[in-house]
Structure formats: structure tokens, C-alpha cells
Write a protein that binds this ligand. Structure first.
Ligand SMILES: Nc1ncnc2c1ncn2[C@@H]1O[C@H](COP(=O)(O)OP(=O)(O)OP(=O)(O)O)[C@@H](O)[C@H]1O
Ligand SMILES: [Mg+2]
Length: 267
């Protein structure tokens, strides 16, 4: 039985899609069976970065003419994809929509077939997306050092911890200049959250350094960063994130290097 992991942030543009794709590829490279579900109904782009054709299967699924499994597309990176594609926003407009309930149930069923189902969330904090948080086994929040990104992060944490009583929450700090900066930011996030009386139990999985040039090049080449640049600190960061995540969950990686769990070993 697999796990569902939601990647979310509140604010847009912090690197949810970048982090979910590369974490998915890292898990796949360790031998796990991984599906990435791009539920960004307004601006879905996982299919671009994994170089697959989205098709309009999810629309057919919502119209009732096909099953969710038929919407799965295989990428060249051992990661399967379901893409929201375009034109599906009208099918899930309300938090109690029949379509949303059906989609949640079918996603849970797919846990029989995959070790990890990664949901790449859209920007924003909405009740519709609450459904996906509550069905997730873990939530990985992606933050970066911008003040607005942090403000939205607190709002989302409040909704998850207090509103929904969800506490399997992890953190990736993306686009940082160096590791110390990320660790200080993590301490600051925990300090401020506690000062708002949030019952924070968030664990830092790792920092991901900023490297605009290489990230842009990986998007242009439609090749996941960790495959295009396997000898970089960013690739090391994703190895660390996956190793720490598996360790936190008490899972031993399948073909793995789980001895290295500290940040410094990777940079
Ligand atoms: N570590 C990084 N270094 C440099 N650029 C990055 C890094 N991570 C992401 N980016 C760039 O930041 C931009 C936003 O990334 P991405 O699309 O993954 O964010 P997102 O949170 O999924 O956005 P949205 O909320 O619109 O879905 C992209 O141009 C991406 O290439
Ligand atoms: Mg995105």
C-alpha cells in the first residue's frame, strides 16, 4: 500500500512543481513506483517538464467516459503522470462536488499500484484543495525566503494544524543561497509559528539552492534537473530530502545510501 504526498505552499512560484518533479524522480531512481498527479487546474505544467503529452483524458474521466487509470501517462523518467491538462476547472468548483469525491476515492485506490503518489498543488489556499490535504499521508510545504511566501506559509500552516488537525508536515526551503541561511530561516519559521500558538511539528527535509541558469536550462530541455545535472548541489539536496523523508517515515530506501543524512554530507 503506497502513500500520497501533497506538495503545497500557499504562495505561487516558490518551486512546488520543481520540487515535486525532482523528488518524484529521486524516489523513482531508488526503485519506487511513483505517480505524479498535477492538480493545478489553472496552470498545469508538470507534463511540460516531464516531456509527456497531457491529452484531455481527465476531462473524459470527469465526464464519466473513462477511468482514472486510463488518464495515466508514462514519462521517460520512470515516473507516471496524470495531468490536469486544460479545461477541467469547471468540473471541480465546489468542495462537495461529486467529481471531487470520486477523484479522491480513485486516487486512494491507486495507492495499491504505486509506492508514492505525489500531488502537485496549485498556488493559493482553497477549501477544494482541503480534500487533497486530508487524503494525503504527508504534506511537504515548499517555502522560499520572500516575505510574502512566508506570510502565506503561516496561513496555510494555520489551516492545516488548527483547522484540519493535520500534523504530518514537512518543509523544503527552496531557492536559498546557502545551507546556513535555510537552517536559520527554518528556525525563524518555527519560532514565529509558535508565537502564533500554532502546534508546530514541522520537520525540515532540506534546503535546495538557487541556480537560475541551470533550472531554466532543465525546463527548456524538458528534462528533470536531477537527471540533467546529476553532480550538482541541487541534485544532492533532492537525495537528502528523499533520504530524510524515508528515514522520518521509518522506511529503508530500496537501493540506497541511507547512511548520509546530514546536510553537510551533500554540499
Ligand atoms: N531552486 C531553484 N533555483 C532557481 N530557480 C528555481 C528554483 N526552483 C524553481 N525555480 C524557478 O522558479 C519558478 C517557479 O517554479 P515552479 O513553477 O516550480 O513554482 P510553483 O510553486 O510550482 O509555481 P505555481 O504556484 O505557479 O504552480 C520557475 O521559473 C522555476 O524554474
Ligand atoms: Mg506549480
Amino acid at each position: 500500500m503506497g502513500e500520497i504526498i501533497s506538495f503545497s505552499s500557499g504562495k505561487g512560484g516558490v518551486g512546488k512543481t520543481f520540487c515535486s518533479i525532482n523528488t518524484a524522480c529521486e524516489l523513482a531512481s531508488k526503485g519506487y513506483k511513483v505517480l505524479i498527479f498535477d492538480i493545478d487546474i489553472n496552470c498545469s505544467n508538470v507534463f511540460i517538464m516531464l516531456h509527456v503529452k497531457p491529452g484531455n483524458k481527465l476531462q473524459e474521466y470527469f465526464e464519466g467516459s473513462t477511468q482514472l487509470e486510463a488518464c495515466i501517462v508514462k514519462s521517460n523518467y520512470n515516473v507516471d503522470v496524470i495531468s490536469a491538462g486544460v479545461n477541467i476547472a469547471r468540473f471541480i468548483q465546489f468542495e462537495n462536488d461529486y467529481n471531487l469525491t470520486r477523484l479522491s476515492e480513485d486516487l486512494i485506490e491507486l495507492k495499491e499500484k504505486y509506492d508514492y503518489i505525489i500531488i502537485d498543488h496549485p498556488a493559493g489556499i482553497s477549501q477544494i484543495m482541503m480534500k487533497f490535504y486530508t487524503l494525503s499521508d504527508s504534506i511537504i510545504l515548499v517555502a522560499n525566503p520572500e516575505v510574502t511566501a512566508l506570510t502565506d506559509l503561516y496561513r496555510l500552516m494555520k489551516m492545516l494544524y488548527v483547522g484540519e488537525k493535520i500534523d504530518k508536515i514537512y518543509l523544503i526551503i527552496n531557492k536559498v543561497k546557502n545551507i546556513d541561511w535555510a537552517i536559520n530561516l527554518y528556525k525563524e519559521i518555527v519560532r514565529i509559528a509558535k508565537s502564533f500558538s500554532l502546534p508546530v511539528n514541522i520537520k525540515l527535509l532540506g534546503p535546495i539552492l538557487s541556480d537560475e541558469e541551470k533550472v531554466i536550462s532543465s525546463v527548456q530541455k524538458r528534462t528533470p534537473f536531477i537527471h540533467l545535472y546529476p553532480k550538482t548541489s541541487i541534485k544532492g539536496g533532492f537525495s537528502l530530502i528523499v533520504t530524510r523523508y524515508l528515514h522520518e517515515k521509518g522506511t529503508t530506501a530500496q537501493n540506497n545510501d541511507s547512511t548520509d543524512k546530514t546536510f553537510s554530507n551533500f554540499f
